[in-house]
Design a protein around this ligand. Structure first.
Ligand SMILES: Nc1ncnc2c1ncn2[C@@H]1O[C@H](COP(=O)(O)OP(=O)(O)OP(=O)(O)O)[C@@H](O)[C@H]1O
Ligand SMILES: [Mg+2]
Length: 357
């Protein structure tokens, strides 16, 4: 693939923050501070054309909230989002509609996201019309429908068009949901655990489809998952979230084979089934570090999150400053001195220069 095109930043988020207000208690009503859930704090990420970026973290770490903020389904508390360098404002207007066309979200549960009373033909025709891609005649619409179903490998199209969601398998339903997203001719796909509700045997097929689409259509894909093993297999780059904050990022191979942040290491050690998805994840067992399955323990409260590094109460390497100062991103040096883009928000990687800055 064209290397330069693949490097193009499409969607950038900086300092993305979402705090959900909690119902006020009596004392707060009398003038105390209103309490909030710190669901997402200062998340910065870039999605590139033709690249899959995995966003990995345990339940409640804020992954779906990041996706909803990027899709403008929720208002952000703070931070900025830019599409092709253009700031996207939270409220209304033509620019926002164009943005929502370009940035499409695919949900975990295709059964819930497809209307059960509509056929595949209705669902996809409507999406094509809404986005102005339905053509000017019945023949053009039929061609557009055939093309869409062909893209998600539901062929021959006639076999699927008259079907209702309950007449399809889970994998077929998710393919229809993907086709509906493609009807907008998007540049970015935000896939929120797109295969976690599917039978293990068909997950790989859907992931491979997403990967092919990314290559054919040069899509920038955000792949949200609990499963760091699938991130290694499927994503070019992997970002790790813990308790609303991003803690590590870099090329998927590096982050999964040489995790830097103590939380990422714990996440990998607690991966339940190293062999699934054919990732060769079992290799970990041989290098000594990753033989034992570890318990992830309880995630912290997001109403009163730990000060400093949010992982410090569970961290085996905790130092004094970890409980008071939030670590910035530090470059993780490559053991062979090669150039690297791996980073970790962890004081273990602070060097003199960076900590002085
Ligand atoms: N509308 C809301 N109001 C209040 N709190 C919310 C709301 N939506 C999410 N949260 C909280 O924000 C935090 C992050 O939730 P989010 O759904 O983003 O996590 P997640 O990483 O997607 O989890 P999962 O892996 O279970 O899908 C959680 O503590 C959740 O309870
Ligand atoms: Mg989620």
């Amino acid at each position: 693939m064209d290397v330069i095109a693949a490097e193009t930043a499409v969607l950038e988020a900086e300092g993305l923050t979402k705090h959900f207000p909690l119902p006020a208690s009596g004392r707060e009503l009398l003038g105390g501070h209103a309490r909030v859930v710190h669901a997402v704090d200062e998340v910065t990420l870039t999605l590139h054309r033709g690249r899959v970026t995995a966003l990995v973290g345990e339940s409640g770490s804020g992954k779906s909230t990041v996706a909803r903020l990027l899709a403008h389904l929720q208002h952000r508390t703070d931070g900025s989002v830019r599409l092709h360098g253009q700031e996207v404002k939270v409220r209304g207007g033509r620019k926002l509609r164009a943005y929502c066309r370009s940035v499409q979200l695919i949900f975990q549960d295709p059964f819930a996201s497809l209307n059960p009373v509509h056929t595949v033909r209705y669902t996809l025709s409507r999406a094509l019309r809404v986005h102005g891609h339905a053509g000017r005649s019945r023949a053009e619409l039929d061609q557009a429908l055939t093309d869409l179903l062909g893209r998600v490998r539901l062929t021959p199209a006639e076999q699927y068009l008259a079907k209702f969601p309950h007449e399809l398998s889970g994998g077929q339903r998710q393919r229809v949901a993907i086709a509906r997203a493609l009807a907008a001719q998007p540049e970015v796909l935000l896939a929120d655990e797109p295969v976690s509700m599917l039978d293990v045997s068909i997950r790989l097929g859907v992931l491979n489809l997403l990967r092919d689409l990314k290559e054919q259509l040069h899509l920038a894909v955000l792949y949200i998952t609990h499963d760091i093993a699938s991130a290694r297999y499927f994503a070019d780059e992997t970002l790790v979230m813990y308790a609303g904050r991003m803690v590590e990022g870099g090329p998927s191979e590096t982050v999964t084979q040489h995790p830097a942040h103590p939380y990422t290491r714990l996440l990998i050690n607690s991966a339940p089934d190293p062999e699934r998805l054919g990732t060769g994840f079992g290799e970990y067992d041989e290098d000594g570090e990753l033989t034992e399955e570890e318990d992830l323990g309880e995630p912290p409260s997001l109403v009163t999150p730990p000060t400093g590094c949010r992982f410090h109460p569970r961290c085996p390497h905790v130092m004094e400053r970890c409980s008071t100062e939030t670590p910035p991103r530090f470059e993780v040096p490559d053991p062979d001195g090669a150039p690297t883009t791996q980073w970790a928000a962890c004081w273990l990687y602070a060097n003199e220069e960076a900590s002085a800055a």
